[in-house]
Design a binder for this molecule. Structure first.
Ligand code: ATP
Length: 599
C-alpha cells in the first residue's frame, strides 16, 4: 500500500462520509447511552441513602432512644427506586446497543463495498507494486478491526467521559477537600497512559502492517499449492511462512504487552487513592461532617472515575489498532484510479478492427523495452506473434488493451487513438483467450455466459458447439449445470481453454487476443482446440501469441519479437525467404528446439 499514508483528519473526514447516512441511528444510540450513564451516576447516592437510614436507625436503637426501630418502609422505598433505576438503565443500554450495532454494521457494509469497487478501478500497474493479499486484507481484516473497535469503544468513550463528569460533580457535593485528594488520580493516570500509549501506537502500526504481509504471504504461497507439492517444497514454504509468522508474533506480543501494562498501573494508583480517602472520610464521619452513606457513595464514585480512566487506557489499544486500519482503508480509497479514458464516441458495431501501432515506445520502468514498434493490421487479419520468452509478446497485448499506456507514439483502432476512447468501450471490442484460463466457481452455463450476460440459452449452446466443447459438456451428468469448483481443477486444461473460447465466441468481439496453449494436450484435444480457434478467429482481427506451426504458417502477418522490438515482419513465405531469425525459429520447431535456444 502507499507508503504515504493519509493523516487522521482525512481519515475522520472519510469516516464521516460513510457514517453520515446512519447518523439518526447513531444519535439514538448516543442519547440512550447518555441517559443510561446519568442513571448510573445517581445509583451510589441512592445506595448511600439506604445505608445512612439503616445506620441512623441502628444508632438510635443502640442508644436506647424510645420508639427507635428500623424504618423498613423507608429502606424498601429507596431499594425500589434503586431497582427501577437498574432496570431502566439496562433497557436504555439494550436500545443503545441495537442502534449502535445496526449503524456500525451498515457503515462497514458500505466501506467493504467501496473498497471492492475501488480495487476494480485500480490500474493494472498498481498490482505490480502491491501484493494482492495485502490489498485484500484491507477489505477483510482492516474493516473487521475497525468494526470491532467502533462497536466496543464508541459508547464506552461517551459513557466514560460522562460518568467521569457526573461522578466528580457528585463527589464535590459530598466533600470538596476529599474530592481534590481523589482527583490526584488524574494526572498520574494521564502520565502513565501517555508514556505507554505513545510506545504502543508505533507497535500497533507495525502489527497491522504485518497482518497485511501475512495475508500476502499466504495468498502467494498457497496460490501455487500444486507446484509446491510437486517440487517437494513444503519445507521451504513452511520456512518462509514461519518467518512472517514469527514477525507477526513478535509485533503482536510487543504491542499487546505494552498496552496491557497500562491497566495494572492505573489500578494501583486507584487503590492508593481509595485507601487515603477512606481514612480521611472515616474521620469526617466521626466529626459528623458527612454521613456514613455519603462516605460509601464517595468510595463508589472513586470507582466510577477509575472505570472510565482504566477503560480509556484499555480502549486506547483498540482505538490505535482501529486508527491504523482506518489509515490503510482510506489510503487505499484515496489512491489514484485508472482514468476512464477519452471522450471519443465509438459505436461498437461500426468498428471494423483495423489496428495500427505507430512508433510505439514503452517500458515498465524508466528503461525502454520497446523503442519503436510499428504494426499495421487490417480488419480480419490474423497476426501471429512469435519470439523467445521475455521478448515482449504479452506486453504488446497489454498495451493494446491499455493495461499500460505507451510512453511514446500511439496505438489506433480504425484511426482512433485508444487513449481517446473510453476504456470500457475499448475493452468491449476485445475477447481474450489466454493460456492461463480463468473460470470462476459456478456452472458451466454461467461461465460461458460471462462473455455476454444477456445471451439466450440457445446462443450459449451454439457458442459451445462452435468451440468444440458441447459434446464434452453433454457427457457430464449435469450438462451445462455442472459446477466448476473455485480452482477450476475439476476439468482439464484443454477443456478449460475450450470453454473460454466459447465465452469469447459468445461475446462476438471485433478483435481477438489468443494465447495458444503450449502445455501438451493430447492430439485429439489439440485438434479440437485448433479447430475452435480457427472458428473464433474467422472474420475478426486476431492477435495470436503463437506456438503452433499451423497458426504461424496461415497467419496474414507474422511479427518476430526480440528484446521488446519487432525484428522481422511479414508472411511466412516472405520471412522464410529473408533467411533471418524467423527462418531459424521455424526450423528450430522441427528440430524440437525452443525459441530461447535459437535466439
Ligand atoms: N508488470 C511488469 N513489470 C515489470 N516488468 C515486466 C512486467 N511484465 C513484464 N515485464 C518484463 O518485460 C519484458 C517482456 O515481458 P513479456 O511478458 O511481455 O514477455 P513475453 O514475450 O510475453 O514472454 P513469455 O513468452 O515468457 O510470456 C520481460 O523482461 C519482463 O520481465
Amino acid at each position: 500500500m502507499n507508503k504515504e499514508q493519509i493523516g487522521w483528519k482525512a481519515c475522520m473526514k472519510g469516516m464521516g462520509r460513510f457514517v453520515s447516512p446512519y447518523k439518526g441511528k447513531l444519535l439514538v444510540a448516543v442519547l440512550t447511552t447518555v441517559f443510561a450513564t446519568a442513571i448510573y451516576s445517581l445509583n451510589p447516592t441512592i445506595e448511600g441513602l439506604a445505608t445512612t437510614q439503616l445506620a441512623r436507625d441502628a444508632s438510635e436503637i443502640l442508644q436506647g432512644v424510645s420508639g427507635a426501630h428500623v424504618h423498613f418502609d423507608k429502606v424498601f422505598r429507596i431499594l425500589a427506586l434503586l431497582g427501577t433505576s437498574y432496570v431502566t438503565r439496562a433497557l436504555a443500554l439494550l436500545v443503545s446497543a441495537f442502534f449502535l450495532t445496526n449503524a456500525i454494521q451498515q457503515t462497514m457494509h458500505d466501506l467493504r463495498g467501496a473498497l471492492q469497487k475501488k480495487i476494480q478501478k485500480m490500474p493494472v500497474s498498481y498490482f505490480d507494486e502491491h501484493a494482492f493479499g495485502d490489498v485484500l486484507s484491507c477489505v477483510t481484516n482492516d474493516v473487521d478491526t475497525l468494526s470491532n473497535a467502533l462497536q466496543q469503544t464508541l459508547t464506552r468513550v461517551i459513557s466514560g467521559v460522562l460518568t467521569f463528569i457526573l461522578a466528580v460533580s457528585m463527589m464535590l457535593r459530598i466533600n470538596v477537600a476529599m474530592t481534590l485528594i481523589a482527583l490526584i488520580i488524574i494526572p498520574l493516570v494521564a502520565l502513565i497512559t501517555k508514556v505507554f500509549v505513545k510506545r504502543s501506537q508505533d507497535l500497533f502500526d507495525i502489527q497491522q502492517k504485518t497482518v497485511g504481509q501475512l495475508n500476502g504471504a499466504i495468498t502467494e504461497l498457497y496460490g501455487g499449492f500444486n507446484e509446491i507439492i510437486s517440487y517437494n517444497k513444503q519445507e521451504d514454504v513452511e520456512k518462509q511462512f514461519e518467518e512472517v509468522n514469527q514477525k507477526m508474533r513478535n509485533s503482536a506480543f510487543k504491542a499487546q504487552f505494552v498496552s496491557s501494562l497500562i491497566s495494572p498501573c492505573v489500578s494501583l494508583v486507584t487503590y492508593l487513592t481509595i485507601g487515603t480517602c477512606a481514612v480521611i472520610g472515616c474521620l469526617q464521619v466521626i466529626q459528623g461532617t458527612i454521613t456514613i452513606g455519603q462516605l460509601q457513595a464517595f468510595v463508589r464514585y472513586i470507582w466510577q472515575i477509575n472505570d472510565p480512566l482504566s477503560q480509556v487506557s484499555q480502549l486506547s489499544a483498540q482505538v490505535q489498532a482501529a486508527f491504523s486500519a482506518m489509515r490503510r482503508i482510506f489510503t487505499l480509497l484515496a489512491e489514484k484510479e485508472e482514468d476512464q479514458g477519452g471522450k471519443a464516441e465509438i459505436a461498437k458495431d461500426k468498428i471494423e478492427g483495423n489496428v495500427t501501432f505507430e512508433h510505439v515506445q514503452f517500458g515498465y520502468d524508466k528503461e525502454l523495452l520497446m523503442k519503436d514498434v510499428n504494426i499495421d493490421v487490417k480488419k480480419g487479419q490474423t497476426v501471429a506473434i512469435v519470439g523467445p520468452t521475455g521478448a515482449g509478446k504479452t506486453t504488446l497485448m497489454n498495451l493494446l488493451l491499455r493495461f499500460y499506456d505507451v510512453k511514446g507514439g500511439s496505438i489506433k483502432i480504425d484511426g482512433v487513438d485508444i487513449r481517446d476512447m473510453k476504456r470500457e468501450d475499448l475493452r468491449s471490442l476485445f475477447s481474450l483467450v489466454l493460456q492461463d484460463t480463468w473460470l470462476f466457481s459456478g456452472s458451466i452455463y454461467d461461465n460461458i455466459r460471462y462473455g455476454r450476460q444477456n445471451a439466450r440459452k440457445d446462443e450459449i449452446i451454439s457458442a459451445a458447439k462452435m468451440a468444440n466443447v458441447h459434446h464434452y459438456i453433454r457427457t457430464l451428468s449435469r450438462g451445462y449445470d455442472s459446477l466448476i469448483n473455485e480452482e477450476a481443477n475439476n476439468i482439464s486444461q484443454g477443456e478449460k481453454q475450450l470453454l473460454t473460447i466459447a465465452r469469447a465466441i459468445l461475446k462476438d468481439p471485433q478483435i481477438l487476443i489468443l494465447d495458444e496453449a503450449t502445455s501438451s494436450v493430447d492430439t485429439r484435444l489439440e485438434r479440437r482446440l485448433q479447430e475452435a480457434m480457427l472458428r473464433v478467429m474467422e472474420g475478426r482481427t486476431s492477435f495470436v501469441i503463437a506456438h503452433r506451426l499451423s497458426t504461424i504458417r496461415d497467419a496474414d502477418m507474422i511479427l518476430v519479437l526480440r528484446d521488446g522490438d519487432i525484428v522481422e515482419q511479414g508472411t511466412h513465405e516472405e520471412l522464410l525467404a529473408k533467411k533471418g531469425m524467423y527462418e531459424k525459429l521455424y526450423h528450430s520447431q522441427f528440430a524440437g528446439q525452443n525459441f530461447d535456444e535459437v535466439c
